[in-house]
Design a protein around this ligand. Structure first.
Ligand code: AMP
Ligand code: ZN
Ligand code: FE
Ligand code: FE
Length: 290
């Protein structure tokens, strides 16, 4: 008998978006790390989910089908996690396809700006560094590294790609209400991802949660690699106030964010099985499948 804690990770990225591990490999690593459940939450795509679920059967670990969407706010993108996505939902599938088309347009606009600065990277260079499903700024950052224009992904964001940096292009997308509704109407559990990473004025998050609650917001990611204990406590208080369920995950991206480990974040993250249990009980109360 072992008394090892039963741990989970409900926020991870694969090569279907900007992570570096293929979906089945990420699931294998999660099982190797003795996690009992992992959610795959790629940006704007469900492309990795079937392979991840198959690997879950092979490695005897529960895999939760998820995705992450960015929605517009006056303070930048607020991220939403959809957990327990259905295999097919026409509205969700169409929305994700539209978001990926907007990504293509934006990526091309960023590359045009870089080329105007005599930086010779092409759209094909960027696609070659991606899994080809959901392409984003981290892939452009890799191309800038590969061609020697910068020494690190961090430097690429600082000089060129980050908010208001030299080649920054804003993202078009959904409003928070649209994002929450589309995910909730598909039958997913909808959580605000890493809320403390959005630098918004005091009270804005509280008001926004109250506004999104009737549109189908269910939860809040209290436990995250970049949240301090104080941040966690604040999220737990918000959850209690608004009757939200808690979620947690590392936001693992593999080599794309080497400081973040699966299940462990920067080393001290621990998301216990009872977080998963709470999410499942919430779904069962709503008559949703788990
Ligand atoms: P995009 O969706 O194309 O706007 O790209 C957003 C992704 O870029 C997110 O997954 C972030 O993890 C990553 N990102 C944003 N800022 C930085 C940064 N300063 N350094 C490294 N990665 C970043
Ligand atoms: Zn990412
Ligand atoms: Fe995010
Ligand atoms: Fe993420």
């Amino acid at each position: 008998m072992t008394n090892a804690p039963r741990l989970i990770d409900l926020h991870t990225h694969t090569t279907a978006s900007d992570g570096s591990d293929a979906p089945a490999e990420l699931v294998r690593l999660a099982a190797q790390a003795h996690l009992i459940a992992v959610a795959i939450t790629d940006h704007d795509t469900t492309a990795g989910l079937d392979a991840a679920c198959e690997a879950g059967k092979q490695y005897a670990i529960e895999v939760i089908r998820g995705c992450e969407l960015g929605v517009r706010t006056p303070y930048g993108e607020l991220h939403l996690l959809g957990l327990w996505l259905p295999e097919h939902d026409a509205t969700l599938d169409t929305t994700l396809a539209t978001l990926r088309t907007l990504r293509t347009q934006r990526n091309k606009a960023i590359i045009d700006k870089l080329q105007e600065m005599d930086i010779n990277i092409t759209y094909d260079d960027v696609i070659a560094l991606s899994g080809g499903f959901s392409v984003g700024r981290p892939h452009i950052a890799l191309a800038l590294c590969q061609k020697g224009y910068v020494n690190s992904v961090q430097e690429a964001f600082k000089q060129y790609l980050g908010h208001n940096a030299a080649a920054y292009v804003p993202k078009q997308g959904l409003s928070p209400q649209e994002g929450v509704s589309i995910l909730a109407n598909s039958g997913a559990t909808v959580c605000i991802a890493h809320p403390m990473l959005l630098h918004c004025p005091d009270g804005w998050l509280d008001d926004t949660i109250a506004e999104l609650r009737p549109h189908g917001l269910h939860g809040i990611e209290a436990y995250h690699s970049e949240h301090s204990h104080k941040d966690e406590r604040y999220c737990v208080e918000l959850a209690a106030k608004h009757n939200l369920v808690l979620s947690g995950g590392s936001d693992y991206h593999g080599k794309a964010k080497p400081a973040i480990s699966l299940g462990k974040g920067r080393g001290s993250l621990r998301v216990a099985w009872h977080v998963l249990d709470g999410l499942k009980r919430h779904r069962q109360q709503k008559g949703l499948p788990v």
